[in-house]
Write a protein that binds this ligand. Sequence first.
Ligand SMILES: CC(C)(COP(=O)(O)OP(=O)(O)OC[C@H]1O[C@@H](n2cnc3c(N)ncnc32)[C@H](O)[C@@H]1OP(=O)(O)O)[C@@H](O)C(=O)NCCC(=O)NCCS
Ligand SMILES: [Zn+2]
Length: 303
Amino acid sequence: MRRKPIPRPTAKAPLSETSQNIQSLPELAPKKKKRLVQMQLDLVGELRKKCRVCGMEYIPSNSEDVVLHRKFHAMNVGGVDFTKAFVERIKQNQVWAGGDGSFIAAVGRKDTLAFRNKASEVLKVVNTELAAVTIPDEALWSQLHSSISSKAVAHGEKPQPSAKGHSACSTSDRFKAYLYIHGQKCVGACLAERIQEAYTVVDQDDASEHTGRVPVPAEFHGASISISRVAEPAILGISRIWTSNLHRKMGIATTLLDSARSDFLYGMTIEKTMVAFSQPTGSGGELARKWFGRRAGWCVYID
Ligand SMILES: CC(C)(COP(=O)(O)OP(=O)(O)OC[C@H]1O[C@@H](n2cnc3c(N)ncnc32)[C@H](O)[C@@H]1OP(=O)(O)O)[C@@H](O)C(=O)NCCC(=O)NCCS
Ligand SMILES: [Zn+2]
C-alpha cells in the first residue's frame, strides 16, 4: 500500500497556490516535488568531479570538499596514517614481519573496536579506488557457519570435531582484513573472505580445444575474462586487495596474499587452488596470474 510520506502543511499562506493544486489534483503534488529534486541533482552532477587516482567524487568549487579530497588522495597515494601507539598495539596481531620493520597484522571479528574501525577506515580508501560497495560492519565482522566439502578436506583442511563425530561443520570469521604496515602508515590491505565455491578462469583457446565446452565470458571492471560454467569448491576469497600508489610493484600484494592463505584458517596453509579472486580488475588479474603462476586455471568468485 502506497502512502504519502509526510503530509505537507496546506494551511500556510505562502503555499496557498500549490495547496489548491494539491486539493484539486492530488496526484500532481508528488510529481512536482520530484521534478524540483531532480533539478538540484543535475546541478550538482555538473560540478562534481571524480578523481581518476583515488576515485573520490568531490566538488572542486567547494573549498571544504577540496580539502577533504586532498586528505583522502594522500591516503591513497602514500598510505593511511596510523599513530605510533596504534602501530605498537596492532603489532600484537602480526602474522608476517619484513626485514625493514614492516609487518602484516590480521584483524578479525574478535578484535577490539579500535582495530576493526582502523581496518574499516583503510577499506574505505580501497573501496573508493575500486568503486566497490562498502561492506556493512555487521557483515564484515560476522561469524560464518560452514560445512567443509570433501575436496577441501582432501587439500588439508581439518574439520572441527563435532558432537556426533561425522558432520564436518565449522565456524569461522567470515572476513579477515590483512593490513601491511610500513613505518606509521598502512600501505597495503587485503580483505579475505571464507567462500564455498568459485569458477575457473578459462583460456579461450584451451576451452574450445580441450574441453569443447563454451566458457562464460565475464567482464569485471572493464577487464574481460572467461570463466567455467561449473563451480568448484573453494575456501578463501580475495574480496579486496590494494597497495597504496607509491608502494606498488614492490611485492606488497604478493606478501598479503601469502599471509592470508597461511593465516586465515587456524593451523593450516590453504592451497592456492582453493583461493579465488573476487571480480578482478585489470591489475588484479595480472597480480593473480603472477601469483598463481599461470595465465588461466585459477579461480574467481562472484560475491
Ligand atoms: C593490483 C595491486 C593490488 C598490485 O599490488 P602490488 O603491491 O603492486 O603487487 P605486487 O608488487 O605484489 O605484484 C606482483 C606481480 O603482479 C603483477 N602486477 C601487479 N600489478 C600489476 C600491474 N599494474 N600491471 C601488470 N602486472 C602487475 C606483476 O607481475 C608483479 O610482479 P613484478 O613486479 O615482478 O612484475 C595494485 O596495483 C592495486 O592496488 N591496484 C588498485 C586496486 C586494484 O585494482 N586491486 C585489485 C583488485 S582485484
Ligand atoms: Zn584523488
